[in-house]
Design a protein around this ligand. Sequence first.
Ligand code: PLP
Length: 449
Amino acid sequence: MKVDINTLNQWDASHSWHSFTQMQEYLENKPLHITHAKGCWLYDDEGKRYLDGNASNWTNVHGHSNPELNAALIQQLENLQQSSYKDLSHPAASELCHELISIAPKGIERCFFTDNGASSVEAAIKLSFQYWQLTENPQKKLIIGMEGGYHGDTFGAMSAGNSCFHQRFSEWFLPAHYFMAPQPDDMSKSLEDLDRLLETYAHQTAILFLEPSVQGPRGMYLQPPGFLQAVAERCKSHNIHLALDEIFVGLGRLGHMLVSAAENVTPDFICLSKTLTGGYLPLAATLTSQKIYEAFLGDFSEGKTFLHGHTFAANPLATAVSIQNIKKLKQVIETGALKNTCDYFNKCIESYFAKHPFVKSVRQRGLACTLELYPGNNNHFNPNERIAHHLSLYLREKEILLRGVGNTLLIVPPLCITHLEIDFLCQQTAEAIHEYITNKVGTALSIAV
Ligand SMILES: Cc1ncc(COP(=O)(O)O)c(C=O)c1O
């Protein structure tokens, strides 16, 4: 029997604990249960629609309830739902390995599955540490990360970045050093800072982590052309593994399949998750080279085996839907459809927000955009007001779901969004920013001058 919505709201209020959510505040707001979805639209129990401007945590590619992805999933459901990937394989996992290697830069030949982004980063860190032990470089234990980097919420992943979300836990981080992020049009200071770190620590460093092209979770901080190659060259010349976290930027988000391949860089590790299953099921992959893989080969008694794994790694349902997702993604990239969407999104973001009186700055690349909100003139909002978060709740009345962090509004739609939907998204958001800030300034909100 279907449970009525009031009971569900009550159970949610009494027993849930939502991620990245201040529960006291959550309980003060109107609850929203999403009950079904189609294309770029999510629906609540009353049938009210919301445009999924957050691509359901930056995962959705071809839309919700996509017929081809559904069919792949249903077919797999009838055959095999879960099976161990320890000492065993299954057809969907093998085919997905083949698909992933077909899109990876030359030299990447192995695929290690996990089931979420942070775990794919942990796997890269442990593979790197073990590789250096196995190849007689046990002193290589340090991690280098970039200012503002975000790679997930587990301890290794937190250590590889230095996100403001994780400062509370920094005293338990693995040994790591961080270099300055580049400006969107100037990488010189960042590279100088990296060179300074390398001069002192290269010999002890195992791995450098980078979100190439765009630091998404930090708020779409853009890197200039050539930055990735410059970092890659330094890693190579100092014998340090380069791990590219393409969890957000990879698999279509920036308009191409992988940033590494598009920029002709072969790193030692590529981490993928988020869009990997088109937004259907949890899955992640850490891709690496044959050279790293071969260092782990040997008789079991030699102790070289990588003793690491997750119960649902390479889950058959997730891998089956991922194959279909990647095949379809290849098509939308090859036909130019994705580029067309990105170009239109770029044009609309520019025309709706570049001169918006309450948008201080816009950072956008591909289908990823951030709006920094401010009250106009030279003022700024008090960061604790979290204007973008409150605005995101206001936007629900305008049929838009976006995520707001502090004073930053993030726009990350599904890759299949249509031109009409982009217009609707931008128009409603621009209007809401105007109404909300005009109405609220001088009443509830405080402005720091
Ligand atoms: C760039 C990047 N890396 C890693 C992660 C962590 O992924 P997960 O939430 O699946 O652990 C995220 C999630 O937002 C991300 O954007």
